[in-house]
Design a protein around this ligand. Structure first.
Ligand code: GLU
Length: 445
C-alpha cells in the first residue's frame, strides 16, 4: 500500500470531508507496515475497499414544532463495513452533523467494533437536528419522523443503531416505538433501550465505566494505581458522567467537567451528589455547565476555556472530536500529565497525539478506550436474541473481560522496540487485521 497515493486520491475525491480524511490517514499510516507484510491484502485491494463505505443514505426529515411551524432536517445512515457482523453504530443528533463527520465515525466504528471481540460491523448515522432547547414533544416528533425513513434500512441482523451525542435513552425509546409500529415486530433493532422493553443493565454507564477499566489497566502497566490521581474530564453528557462515576468510586479525584460554554474547576473533586447533578444539567437541554458553579459554590466556572489548562495526572476527553489540540497537549505535558485516555471519538488532534507519543506518555485512543459502550450494545443484542436479561454483575463482568482483551491486543500489536506502548498503533493494527482477514476470506464483493 502506498498511503500518500491513496490519500491524494481520497483528498481529490472528498475535498470537503476533513474529519473523514483525518481518520483514514491515522489508520492507514499506523497499519502500513503490518499491512505490507500481507501480500494478500494488497492483492485484494483491502485498503482501497475498506476506506469506502458500503453505502450511505441521506433522507429528508420533516416535522412540526411546538409553534406549529414546519421544520426540515437531514437524516443520514452510513453503512460502512459488515465483513464481521451486522452494521452497528450510533446515531448523532447535533447541528454539526454532516457526511464527513458520519464517515469518520463510521470508519472508526469498524475497528472499534472489531476490537470488542464481538461480531459487529461498522456504521454511523444521525441528523443535523439540534436537541438544544427542544421540548420533549418536539424531540418525540422528530425521532418518529426520522424513523419513518430509516426503518427500511435497518434490522436486527442487518444494521443496529444506538445512541451517540444528542441521542440517549429517551430518544432511543421514541425511535424504537416508531420502528416497532412500522415493522410490526419486536426485535432488538436498536441498542440502549429502556429496561422495560429489552435494554441491558449497565448500558447507560458502559462507555464511561469501560473507559475507566481500560485506564486502570494503562496505569497498572506503568506501575500506578487510580486511587489518588487527579483527573480532568471534558464534557458533561452520558459518557463523562459514567467516567466520573467510576473514577470517583475507585478513589480518583475528578476536578473538571466542561460544556460548550466553558469548564468547571472543582478543586474538592466530584462526589456522588455532584455526579448526579450532571444528569440534571444534561436533561435541562440547555447545553451549558455554568449552573454547576452556582449550585456548588466551591467550584469555579471558567468561561470560554477548555479544561486542559488545569494541572492533572490524567486527561480524559469525553466531549467530541478534535477537542484537544496541539497547544492543549503542550499545556498538559508542561503541567506533568502522566496518561491520556481519550474517551470521545477522535478527541485528540493529530498534533496532540504526536506530542504525547513523542513525550512517551501513554495515549489510549478513543476506539480502544470507549469501546465498552458498543461492546455492551453487543451484549444487549445477545440478550435480545436469547430473549433473556442478564444481571448487572454478569454484564459488568463481561465488560471488564472485553476491556482487558482490548488492552492485551493493544500491547501485543503496539509495543515498540524501546518498550513504549503505542496504544494508537496497537488498536489500529489489531482492529484492522481482523476485518482485513475476514474480507480476504470472503472474496471480492
Ligand atoms: N456511539 C457509541 C460509539 O461511538 C456507541 C455505538 C453503539 O452502541 O452502537 O461507539
Amino acid at each position: 500500500m502506498n498511503v500518500e497515493k491513496l490519500m491524494l486520491k481520497l483528498e481529490r475525491k472528498h475535498p470537503n470531508e476533513p474529519e473523514y480524511l483525518q481518520a483514514v490517514r491515522e489508520v492507514l499510516t499506523t497499519v502500513e507496515e503490518a499491512y505490507n507484510q500481507h501480500p494478500e491484502f494488497e492483492a485484494n485491494k483491502i485498503a482501497e475497499r475498506i476506506v469506502e463505505p458500503d453505502r450511505q443514505f441521506t433522507f429528508k426529515v420533516t416535522w412540526v414544532d411546538d409553534r406549529g411551524q414546519v421544520q426540515v432536517n437531514t437524516g443520514y445512515r452510513v453503512q460502512f463495513n459488515n465483513a464481521i457482523g451486522p452494521y452497528k453504530g450510533g446515531l448523532r443528533f447535533h447541528p454539526s452533523v454532516n457526511p464527513s463527520i458520519l464517515k469518520f465515525l463510521g470508519f472508526e466504528q469498524i475497528f472499534k467494533n472489531a476490537l470488542t471481540t464481538l461480531p459487529m460491523g461498522g456504521a454511523k448515522g444521525g441528523s443535523d437536528f439540534d436537541p438544544k432547547g427542544k421540548s420533549a414533544g418536539e424531540v418525540m416528533r422528530f425521532c418518529q419522523a426520522f424513523m419513518i425513513e430509516l426503518w427500511r434500512h435497518i434490522g436486527p441482523e442487518t444494521d443496529v443503531p444506538a445512541g451517540d451525542i444528542g441521542v440517549g435513552g429517551r430518544e432511543i425509546g421514541y425511535l424504537y416505538g416508531m420502528y416497532r409500529k412500522l415493522a410490526r415486530e419486536n426485535t432488538g433493532v436498536l441498542t440502549g433501550k429502556g429496561m422495560t422493553y429489552g435494554g441491558s443493565l449497565i448500558r447507560p454507564e458502559a462507555t464511561g465505566f469501560g473507559a475507566v477499566y481500560f485506564l486502570v489497566q494503562m496505569l497498572a502497566e506503568q506501575g500506578m494505581e487510580i486511587a489518588g490521581q487527579r483527573i480532568a474530564i471534558s464534557g458533561f453528557g452520558n459518557v463523562a458522567w459514567g467516567a466520573a462515576k467510576k473514577a470517583t468510586e475507585l478513589g480518583a479525584k475528578v476536578v473538571t467537567i466542561s460544556g460548550p460554554d466553558g469548564y468547571i474547576y472543582d478543586e474538592a473533586g466530584l462526589n456522588e451528589e455532584k455526579i448526579a447533578y450532571m444528569l440534571e444539567l444534561r436533561a435541562s437541554n440547555n447545553d451549558v455547565v455554568a449552573p454547576y458553579a452556582e449550585k456548588f459554590p466551591g467550584a469555579k466556572f471558567v468561561a470560554g476555556h477548555k479544561p486542559w489548562e488545569v494541572a492533572v495526572d490524567i486527561a480524559m476527553p469525553c466531549a467530541t472530536q478534535n477537542e484537544l489540540g496541539g497547544e492543549d497537549a503542550k499545556q498538559l505535558l508542561a503541567n506533568g500529565v502522566k496518561i491520556v485516555a481519550e474517551v470521545s471519538n477522535m478527541g485528540c488532534r493529530p498534533e496532540a497525539i504526536e506530542a504525547f507519543i513523542e513525550a512517551k506518555i501513554p495515549y489510549g485512543p478513543g476506539k480502544a478506550v470507549n469501546a465498552g459502550g458498543v461492546a455492551t450494545s453487543g451484549l444487549e443484542m445477545t440478550q435480545n436474541s436469547q430473549k433473556l436479561n442478564w444481571t448487572a454483575e454478569e454484564v459488568d463482568a463481561k465488560l471488564h473481560q472485553i476491556m482487558s482483551s482490548i488492552h492485551t491486543a493493544c500491547i501485543e500489536y503496539g509495543t515498540e522496540a524501546g518498550g513504549y506502548i503505542n496504544y494508537m498503533k496497537g488498536a489500529n493494527i489489531a482492529g484492522f487485521m481482523k476485518v482485513a482477514k475476514s474480507m480476504v476470506e470472503q472474496g471480492v464483493i
